[in-house]
Structure formats: structure tokens, C-alpha cells
Design a protein around this ligand. Structure first.
Ligand code: HMG
Length: 387
């Protein structure tokens, strides 16, 4: 039985901060960002955009292709949840007008939650092939001003429809995973920004990759040369580069520059200009591969390495399906990215500080240009609208 991603679409905010603008403001050589961490732009959410409006923007084109009555569950992965109790998926369910015969739950473990939700969805479909599950991975990456993390912000949401006989990729059974209780990145409940031990986090990421890989090969007997394209969690693209080189070295494969570029570069293109989108980032990378690889990759094996600080990691694979290109939404995604408006550093700071306060009552000015937005908060209750 084949189970996997039948449709996939991502959305990001309508604004970005260029790392050239950022570098000029901080009086730092821009190449530290463009070469050192491999990033050019960070998508910045305005105050009337949150993970719910981003998720609705990501999911809407999928819902044009399947009846709302047929969605049997929303598994919403985020570490930027909007309420400590009510799930972001419940807000999304209302905003999208889904059927009451649908289950909704929020998944959390840093950037890993998107992979966890996808794996849970495939298990549910294997148990009941009538399920059509909407998996959402959506986050807004935010660090304190003037910290090392500030250059690695960003935001995005990925919506995936998980079904039997998927048209894009069948997720293969068997995966390798690794958990270790470490403090490399965390966000205490009262904070809107994450705390991070940056350099340590990159070491834990690479160590987790090695452990998850060992478990993956034991479980599946697949090896490096069985995989055609590699997607990694991408906090910044240099991290994915380091990950791929670390993995190749571990398995004793001598990578040529051409191999490296073919296996990983198409999956980095979008992340380089969006920034970190935490739980969504791995799947933004997968969409980037689909939209930017030159060849037709039907029948090819794609790997996914998910890393969530704290930490949980998982390595798994899927097989690209015949005819997948006919259901991609490349143009919408490229338009969303290219139509973003640049922000000055002062305008970015204004958005940043407005989104920082969590008022009990507010009506937001309309700055989000997307199809769904957060209108305001009244007596601590959030209100959204379809524009
Ligand atoms: P930093 O202190 O700003 O930068 O921290 P740096 O001094 O280490 O420089 C970065 C690189 O740029 C170095 O290269 C420099 O040599 C180079 P490397 O040694 O790493 O190969 N460099 C230059 N290159 C060219 N021209 C120049 C130049 N100057 C310097 N002029 C750090 C960087 C990534 C630590 C920081 O941005 C940070 O703390 N980011 C946030 C944490 C993070 O993204 N960690 C990644 C792993 S953990 C993860 O992925 C999980 C996460 O997504 C959260 C979750 O799970 O929810 C974060």
C-alpha cells in the first residue's frame, strides 16, 4: 500500500528583510551572511500574520482540489503556537470552514514536529485508507535583537495532503531516529523569542544526523548510494551543506562538487531567500527541490532529515511518483516569494516590536496582503478573517 504526500503547497509572509540591509545596519561584512551562513533574505511576518493565517494561505490551494468534507484530520505542527490550550489547528479549521467530522491536534517538538505529524498521518492512512489528512507545518522564527540568531529568522507554512496512492511522493516505511535531552535552543513559555546556544546547536544537529542515519541504515538496509536527492532541516543553507558533507564522510563516500550540487542544491534555493521556518523548513526544502530540479525525478528516492533542537531527529525516505509534475504549484509559490516587499531595518523593527506584545485587546492595521489575516484580539480571543 502506497501512502504519502498527494498535494503540497507552501506560503510565506509578504515582506522580507535583506541580509544586505541587515549587514549594513550592523556594520558587518555581508559575506558573513551570503557565504558564511548561506542566506540572502528573511521573510518577516507583519503583526496581523501568525501561524494560523500563514497555514490558511498554504492550505487554501489544496482545498480548491478536494472537498472540505473529505478532510478527516488536521495535524498542525508548530513551535509558534498562538494559545497554550486551544490548538492552532482549531482556529485554522474555523477559518477554512472544514467539516465538523474532522479531528484537530497540535504537534510540538521544535523543528521536528512537522516530520512527526507527517509520520503520524502516514500511519493513520495505513490503518484506514479512507483518511485524507491535512498536515500543516508552520512557524515564525524569532530571536532577540542583536543576538547571533537574529540573522537566521524567517517564516513559512507548508500544507500537505496525506493520502493513499499519493500523486507526489510515497513515504517508505522504516526510519531512523534519535532523541537526547539537551539545551541547545529553547523558548520558555513567557517568551516570544527563542534562546539558543548557537554554535553548540550546530554540533548537536550534526551529531544527531549521524545517530539517526545509523538507526536508519539498521532499520531499512538502505544506504547513501540508494538515495538520489537529500533534503535536510535548513535553519540556514550552510547547515545543510555541512550536514551533507558530514554524512558523506561518515559513510566513506567521496563527494565531487557536481554530486554535492545535484544532490542538495535545488532543495536549498527557497530557504536561502525565506530563512528559517522551523517545523516547515524541511518541507520548504522538499518543495524547493521539486520546483528547482531540472530533471524529471519520477521514481527517484528522496531522503528527509528532520532535526528539532532539544533534541529529536529522524531520517526517512520516499519515492517520487509518476506524473508528480502535473500537480505541483510552482507558479503560485514563486509568485508569493517574488512579490514580497523589502523592509528597511526600521520597518522590520516596527513589525518585530508590535508582534512582541501580546495584548488583551487590539485591532491590527491591515499590513498582511494575503488571503487570510489576524484581525485582532478582543478579551484575549483571537479573530481572523478571509479577506
Ligand atoms: P555567528 O556567531 O553569528 O557566526 O553564529 P560565526 O562567527 O560562527 O560565523 C558563521 C560562519 O560565517 C562561519 O563559518 C564563519 O567563518 C563565516 P563556519 O566556521 O561556520 O563554517 N564567516 C564569513 N564567511 C565569509 N565572509 C565573512 C565571514 N565572516 C564569518 N566575512 C550561528 C552563527 C549559526 C551560530 C548563529 O546564526 C545562530 O545562533 N543561529 C541560530 C541557531 C541555529 O540556527 N542553529 C542551527 C542548528 S540547530 C537547528 O537547526 C534547530 C533550529 O532550527 C530550532 C528548532 O529546532 O526549532 C535552530
Amino acid at each position: 500500500m502506497k501512502v504519502g504526500i498527494d498535494l503540497i503547497h507552501f506560503a510565506t509572509a509578504d515582506y522580507y528583510l535583506g541580509l544586505d540591509t541587515f549587514a549594513a545596519e550592523k556594520q558587518i561584512d555581508v559575506e558573513k551572511y551570503t557565504i558564511g551562513i548561506g542566506q540572502e533574505k528573511m521573510s518577516i511576518a507583519p503583526p496581523d500574520e501568525d501561524v494560523v493565517s500563514l497555514a490558511a494561505k498554504a492550505a487554501a490551494p489544496i482545498l480548491e482540489q478536494i472537498s472540505r468534507e473529505e478532510i478527516s484530520a488536521i495535524l498542525f505542527a508548530t513551535e509558534t503556537g498562538v494559545d497554550q490550550s486551544k490548538s492552532a489547528g482549531a482556529f485554522l479549521h474555523g477559518l477554512l470552514g472544514l467539516s465538523n467530522r474532522c479531528r484537530v491536534v497540535e504537534f510540538k517538538h521544535a523543528c521536528y514536529a512537522g516530520a512527526a505529524a507527517l509520520q503520524m498521518a502516514t500511519t493513520m492512512v495505513r490503518a484506514n485508507p479512507n483518511e485524507n489528512i491535512l498536515v500543516i507545518a508552520a512557524d515564525i522564527a524569532k530571536y532577540d535583537i542583536d543576538t547571533s540568531g537574529e540573522a537566521t529568522q524567517g517564516c513559512g507554512a507548508v500544507a500537505m495532503l496525506v493520502t493513499e496512492n499519493p500523486r507526489i511522493i510515497a513515504i517508505e516505511p522504516g526510519s531512523g531516529y534519535y532523541t537526547n535531552d539537551v539545551m541547545d535552543f529553547w523558548r520558555p513559555n513567557h517568551r516570544t523569542t527563542a534562546l539558543v546556544d548557537g554554535k553548540y546547536s550546530t554540533k548537536v544537529y550534526l551529531n544527531s544526523l549521524k545517530h539517526a542515519w545509523e538507526h536508519f541504515t539498521e532499520q531499512t538496509k538502505r544506504n547513501f548510494n540508494d538515495i538520489d536527492y537529500f533534503c535536510y532541516h535548513i535553519p540556514f543553507t550552510k547547515m545543510a551543506e555541512k550536514a551533507h558533507k558530514t554524512l558523506a564522510k561518515k559513510v566513506g563516500v567521496k563527494l565531487t562538487q557536481a554530486d554535492f550540487e545535484k544532490q542538495t542544491l535545488p532543495s536549498q534555493a527557497y530557504n536561502r531567500i525565506i530563512g528559517n521556518s522551523y517545523s516547515a523548513s524541511l518541507f520548504v526544502g522538499f518543495i524547493s527541490l521539486l520546483d528547482n530540479v531540472r530533471d524529471n525525478i519520477e521514481g527517484k528516492r528522496v531522503s528527509f532529515f528532520s532535526y528539532g533542537s532539544g533534541c529529536v531527529a529522524e531520517f526517512f525516505t520516499g519515492i517520487m511518483q509518476t506524473g508528480y509534475q502535473s500537480v505541483l504549484m510552482t507558479q503560485q509559490q514563486q509568485d508569493n516569494i517574488s512579490q514580497r516587499k523589502p523592509l528597511s531595518y526600521a520597518a522590520y523593527l516596527d513589525f518585530y516590536h508590535q508582534a512582541d506584545v501580546n495584548p488583551d485587546n487590539i485591532i491590527y492595521q491591515k499590513t498582511n496582503k494575503g488571503p487570510y489575516r489576524l484581525v485582532g484580539i478582543e478579551d484575549y480571543k483571537r479573530y481572523y478573517e478571509k479577506v
